[in-house]
Design a protein around this ligand. Structure first.
Ligand SMILES: Cc1ncc(COP(=O)(O)O)c(C=O)c1O
Length: 362
């Protein structure tokens, strides 16, 4: 069984149906799908299939640089490294920085711990508290001098809690960490799927704190996990080290031609409208169902606690029989078999799930 959401193939095979027949609430992608422009990019990339991609991804890097410039953050090409999805970059960062210890607020995305394990890094888990709203605060971490060369690994909005790290807290964490030479890796893969979008990002702090490394991805906002594209923003010294370890041509021609998606303002606007309409509506409908407790989401997915006898596994199986896939969140460190995670989808799909839940928890 996969450790992640989104494995519609496994479910489709089990039910003997096509994967497109599965209503997938387990992968938290933009339900608008990908921007139309991606069709043109794919078409135009056909001519590039017979060539190796530009190993420096000059056009893509330039697009990323201009994207941040448009929101007031000046970067240079040497601050940016594209990669084969955020996941490649998470592993590359840990493999390159070789931290002795990784401070990890949990629950969080499981690949951080996988990357630590693979590189013999010791993980010190910091258990987030549901009564605190899973808040990540500066006082949760140790900043001893002997922590030098260690890493604090953060995610905002955090998967699976759907909570944004407040910028005030982020700044304080960075200040304290920098005094002890601790590096802070911040995964902002979902940031464009928050109300306020890049205003919630720590990107404005990147030129102030040389110990800040930000991971971003095209995956979630542009709903293109099958193409694989992410990038890291950091000081030149770190980018150079990462690049020297990264496999040459790690991303393909379609991904490397996709930078213009960052300027699809109408798509961002449509996404904002959908999120503003559906996020709170879906949350409040779920909140009315007795037997479950949804935690207020700050991104495009909702963490839910089951309050009845049933377990996340049983609920998942019941819904699979209805061709609906949810994320059993029991394998997130810090959670158990009472937790599930739901992507927020389009109104019609969300309403289908609400009706199913009403019946199951009646
Ligand atoms: C927090 C977080 N970061 C990164 C990723 C992976 O992104 P990518 O598909 O770009 O590797 C995920 C996927 O679920 C995620 O939840």
């Amino acid at each position: 069984m996969t450790a992640h959401g989104g494995n519609i193939y496994e479910v489709a095979m089990k039910l003997g149906v096509d994967s497109s027949d599965i209503l997938d609430f387990s992968a938290n992608l933009n339900p608008l799908g990908y921007p139309k422009l991606l069709d043109d990019i794919i078409e135009n990339s056909k001519k590039d299939i017979i060539n190796y991609p530009d190993p420096d991804y000059i056009n893509l890097t330039n697009d990323i640089k201009n994207y941040f410039k448009s929101m007031g953050t000046v970067l240079s090409d040497s601050n940016i490294l594209p990669g084969n999805g955020a996941t490649e970059l998470i592993f590359l960062l840990i493999e390159t920085l070789k931290p002795k210890k990784i401070y990890l607020p949990v629950p969080c995305f499981s690949e951080y711990e996988e990357a630590a394990k693979k590189n013999n890094g010791k993980v010190e888990r910091i258990y987030l508290n549901e009564t605190d709203g899973f808040d990540i605060r500066p006082d949760m971490f140790k900043y001893d001098r002997d922590c030098a060369n260690n890493v604090i690994m953060l995610c905002s909005p955090n998967n699976p809690t759907s909570k944004i790290i407040k910028l005030k807290n982020m700044k304080e964490i960075l200040r304290k960490a920098s005094e002890s030479n601790i590096i802070v890796i911040l995964d902002e893969t979902f940031i464009e799927l928050t109300i306020g979008n890049n205003k919630n990002s720590a990107i404005s702090l990147i030129n102030e704190f040389s110990n800040l490394i930000i991971i971003r991805a095209f995956t979630k906002i542009f709903s293109m996990p099958g193409i694989r594209l992410g990038y890291v923003i950091a000081v030149e010294r770190i980018i150079k080290k990462l690049k020297s370890r990264q496999n040459t041509w790690s991303i393909n021609c379609i991904a490397s031609n996709s930078g213009k998606l960052l300027f699809e303002n109408a798509f961002f606007e449509e996404t904002r409208k959908w999120l503003e309409n559906e996020k709170d509506r879906f949350f409040y409908l779920l909140n009315e169902i007795e037997g479950i407790k949804p935690y207020y989401p700050e991104s495009n997915f909702i963490l839910i606690k089951i309050l009845t006898e049933t377990t996340s596994g049983i609920l998942k199986e019941k819904l699979i029989n209805e061709k609906i896939l949810i994320r059993d969140a029991s394998n997130f460190d810090g959670l158990d078999n009472k937790y599930i995670r739901l992507a927020i989808k389009d109104k019609r799909s969300n309403d289908i799930l609400i009706e199913k839940f009403k019946k199951i928890f009646a």
